[in-house]
Write a protein that binds this ligand. Structure first.
Ligand code: HEC
Ligand code: HEC
Ligand code: HEC
Ligand code: HEC
Ligand code: HEC
Ligand code: HEC
Length: 280
């Protein structure tokens, strides 16, 4: 037994796995909904780094067994009476969480309560009525819970599509067997790109049920760092500094790791190309 531990230890040193087993993930960016305390500093790409959580500056360079886990500042802002008190500085307590209405399954069954936030009457997933009735015009369904500017390109996309683009959209809808519903005056709205429904609610044989699968709505969108960020930062430096963002919302070029509630994948550009034509 001792031998295995020793070998494992050497192995971790050699290939520089920097984290203890079962450790909290690092190098990921907090989802938009997560508000970190100001003293929990992210790295320059806006990602979790060792010192976001630990007050021991050189923790990454120390052998794990030399780290003083009892030190008050082992966890930033510590000591904490309970480990969970520390977790709740970033994660929301269940009781304080906003109800994620996109989580539409409750123990495997569709939770019809959630449908009422948008629909006047919960439609049968696989036998929808001729005409859907909503509580608000579809242009405004998402507002209130979400900002008009949930992300950079949302507002700049709230435009009328040209006749030429409209043709491309129709072709894309057929090609991908998907819907890209536009708002009044053929404007791009939230539900043009997003679906409100957790994958599986609407049968994937319906064009309205065609969406990116695999993501987990309770986790939301997850981004990872990308080497292009340095180029992006240099390029956008002036524009970004004018935006005056707080430190929790640093802008950076990141790779989409997990997509949710999208009709087509943006990760591989299919969503964008459903409307835009780029020259090769
Ligand atoms: C999101 C917060 C967070 C980040 C970021 C983080 N840690 Fe931790 N770390 C923890 C927590 C929580 C524990 C305690 C786990 C437990 O006791 O169950 C811990 C424990 C440790 C321990 C003690 C392990 C042990 O078993 O005694 C070491 C060493 C450590 N982390 C190193 C690092 C290093 C190195 C980094 C950066 C690569 C890092 N941590 C980033 C939260 C974090
Ligand atoms: C500095 C902020 C921070 C602290 C403190 C923190 N977390 Fe996290 N945690 C994150 C971020 C960011 C993510 C990734 C996004 C997400 O899944 O919400 C995450 C993800 C997770 C996940 C999902 C991991 C996965 O691979 O899917 C779990 C479970 C988790 N944290 C538990 C904890 C626990 C338990 C604690 C306390 C011991 C803790 N976290 C403390 C920021 C933090
Ligand atoms: C956040 C708003 C929102 C919520 C919550 C919501 N929907 Fe919808 N639903 C829409 C919108 C917008 C459309 C029309 C565009 C589309 O099909 O995606 C729609 C369309 C539908 C359709 C018609 C699909 C078709 O082929 O015409 C069905 C069926 C449906 N929803 C079922 C449900 C069920 C069941 C729930 C609850 C589990 C639910 N919806 C919750 C916004 C919502
Ligand atoms: C009743 C409130 C409510 C309404 C209405 C609503 N949402 Fe949400 N949505 C949430 C909550 C809560 C989450 C979980 C993340 C959070 O807390 O911000 C979420 C998450 C999301 C996410 C994933 C973000 C992430 O990373 O977690 C997307 C995308 C999204 N909503 C799009 C929409 C769109 C598009 C509409 C309109 C059709 C809509 N939502 C309507 C409450 C709502
Ligand atoms: C042109 C397409 C497009 C439009 C229009 C659009 N989004 Fe998004 N949205 C995306 C993409 C792409 C992502 C990132 C990937 C994902 O959602 O999985 C995203 C992410 C999000 C997220 C998660 C943000 C994050 O970074 O964690 C929310 C919330 C959201 N959108 C809400 C909205 C709302 C509300 C509207 C309307 C005001 C809207 N979106 C309009 C394409 C769009
Ligand atoms: C439903 C159609 C549609 C989709 C999908 C779409 N766009 Fe657009 N996009 C538009 C429209 C409409 C405009 C407004 C200007 C125009 O007509 O070209 C626009 C404008 C833009 C602009 C210029 C914005 C500005 O600041 O003026 C960029 C950049 C852009 N889109 C990138 C993207 C990317 C990247 C994606 C994929 C994540 C995407 N678009 C998905 C329709 C779309």
């Amino acid at each position: 037994m001792k031998k295995t531990i020793l070998i494992l230890f050497l192995w971790t040193n050699v290939i520089a796995v920097e984290l203890p087993p079962l450790h909290h993930p690092v190098g990921i960016s907090p989802p938009q909904k997560m508000q970190l305390p100001n003293e929990f500093e992210l790295d320059k790409d806006g990602l979790l780094q060792c010192v976001t959580c630990h007050g021991i500056k050189d923790i990454a360079d120390l052998p794990f067994d030399e780290v003083d886990v009892k030190a008050n500042h082992f966890f930033n802002g510590g000591p904490y009476q309970q480990l969970t008190d520390f977790c709740y500085r970033c994660h929301k307590k269940k009781s304080a969480q906003r109800l994620n209405i996109h989580k539409m399954y409750n123990v495997g069954k569709i939770d019809k309560k959630n449908c009422d936030y948008c629909h006047l009457e919960a439609p049968e997933p696989n036998n929808p009525p001729e005409k859907l009735e909503f509580r608000l015009p579809k242009e405004k369904l998402c507002w209130g819970c979400h900002l008009k500017t949930p992300h950079l390109n949302a507002l700049t996309h709230n435009r009328k599509v040209s006749a030429e683009m409209l043709k491309i959209i129709k072709i894309s809808e057929q090609k991908h067997k998907v819907i890209l519903p536009l708002g009044a005056e053929n404007r791009v709205i939230c539900i043009t790109c997003h679906t409100a429904h957790e994958a599986g609610i609407i049968d994937s044989n319906f064009a309205s049920g065609k969406q990116v699968r695999g993501g987990d709505v309770s986790k939301g969108v997850i981004y990872r760092s990308h080497a292009w960020d340095r180029v992006y930062q240099a390029d956008k430096k002036e524009r970004i500094s004018k935006l005056n963002l707080n430190q929790n919302h640093k802008l950076s070029y990141q790779r989409l790791e997990q997509e949710v509630l999208l009709r087509l994948s943006a990760k591989n550009g299919i969503l964008c190309r459903a409307c835009h034509q780029f020259k090769d």
